[in-house]
Design a protein around this ligand. Structure first.
Ligand code: AMP
Length: 283
C-alpha cells in the first residue's frame, strides 16, 4: 500500500517546468485524459512504487478527438484529484487546452510507415494527436519512467517507436488491463452505458477469451475471428466494428512464426465504441 505523500496541482507550463527541473529524474509519470478509474489507479500505484515521486497528467487532448467527442468527454477534476492523490500521485498536471496549444501552435509528427501499412482504420489523425501530446508531456514532465496500459495496444506500439526513434530519455512501462469482475475492461466510457448496455458489454471479453482458447487449440486466425464475430453478433445490443489478430510485438498480421499473439476487438454497444484486447503466447 503506497502512502499518499506531498501533493500539488499544476496548471501552467512554466510551473510544470520548474517542478520537473527538481523532480523529473526521480519521477514516474502517468498521462491520462481524466475520468480516472481503477485502471488509471493501478498505473499511478505502480509509478509511485517504482519511483520516488509520481506525476499524473489530466488533459483532454483536443487533437485526438472529433469536436463532438471532445466536448462530451467526462470531466470532473475535483474527483480526479482526490483519486490521484489517494493512489499516491505527488503532482497532477492539469493544463488548459490554450496552455498546451497556444495560438500559433502548428508542429506535428508523422506516423511511422509500419503503422500506416497496418489495416487502415481511418484513425491516423487520432494517433498523430496522441503522439504530439505525449511528446509534449514528456518534454514538460521529464520523467525517468512513463506508464501506459496494454489496454491501448496501438498507441503503445507507436509511443514505444517514437521514444526509440527520437531518443527520448524515458523508459516505457507497460501495465496489464484492469477489469470488472465480469471481465469488462475498466474504461471511462463504461459510465456512458445504460444498465442494459452495461449488462451486454462483457460479451467483448468473453469473445476475446473464446478467440484465445480457439487459437490455443489450433484454430486458424480466420476460424477464431469468425467465432468471435458470431458470439458478439448474437448479443442484440452489440455490433462488431473490428476484430483483428496480430503479432503482439509489431501489430503486423501474424505469420507462421508468430508466437506472441494479440486479439483486438472494437465493438459498439448501443452505439458506444468499446475496445479491448487479450495477448498470449502460443506454444
Ligand atoms: P486514458 O485516460 O483513457 O487515455 O488512459 C490513460 C492510461 O490508462 C493509458 O495508458 C491507458 O492504456 C490506461 N488504461 C486505460 N484503461 C485501463 C485499464 N482498464 N487497465 C489498465 N490501464 C488502463
Amino acid at each position: 500500500m503506497v502512502k499518499p505523500g506531498k501533493f500539488s496541482v499544476i496548471r501552467t507550463v512554466p510551473a510544470m517546468r520548474r517542478w520537473a527541473e527538481k523532480n523529473g529524474g526521480i519521477c514516474g509519470f502517468v498521462p491520462t485524459l481524466g475520468a480516472l478509474h481503477d485502471g488509471h489507479v493501478s498505473l499511478i500505484k505502480k509509478a509511485r512504487s517504482e519511483n520516488r515521486v509520481a506525476a499524473v497528467s489530466i488533459f483532454v487532448n483536443p487533437l485526438q478527438f472529433r469536436k463532438k467527442q471532445y466536448l462530451a468527454y467526462p470531466r470532473n477534476l475535483e474527483v480526479d484529484l482526490e483519486i490521484a492523490r489517494k493512489a499516491g500521485a505527488n503532482v497532477v498536471f492539469a493544463p488548459s487546452a490554450e496552455e498546451m496549444y497556444p495560438a500559433g501552435f502548428e508542429t506535428g509528427v508523422t506516423l511511422p510507415q509500419f503503422f500506416q501499412r497496418l489495416k487502415p482504420q481511418g484513425l491516423e489523425w487520432h494517433y498523430k494527436g496522441v503522439l504530439v501530446v505525449v511528446l509534449k508531456l514528456l518534454q514538460l514532465v521529464r520523467p525517468s519512467k512513463v506508464y501506459f496500459g496494454l489496454k491501448d495496444p496501438h498507441q503503445l506500439v507507436l509511443i514505444e517507436r517514437m521514444v526509440a526513434d527520437l531518443n527520448i530519455p524515458v523508459t516505457v512501462r507497460k501495465c496489464p488491463t484492469v477489469r470488472e469482475r465480469d471481465g469488462l475492461a475498466r474504461s471511462s466510457r463504461n459510465a456512458l452505458l445504460t444498465p442494459d448496455e452495461r449488462k451486454a458489454a462483457p460479451v467483448i471479453f468473453r469473445a476475446l477469451s473464446h478467440g484465445k482458447r480457439e487459437m490455443e487449440s489450433g484454430a486458424s486466425c480466420a476460424q477464431a475471428m469468425a467465432g468471435m464475430r458470431e458470439m458478439i453478433s448474437a448479443q442484440p445490443l452489440a455490433s462488431v466494428e473490428l476484430v483483428e489478430i496480430a503479432d503482439a510485438l509489431t501489430l503486423a498480421p501474424p505469420g507462421n512464426r508468430t508466437r506472441d499473439v494479440l486479439i483486438f476487438a472494437a465493438v459498439r454497444i448501443g452505439g458506444k465504441r468499446l475496445a479491448d484486447n487479450v495477448r498470449f503466447r502460443l506454444k
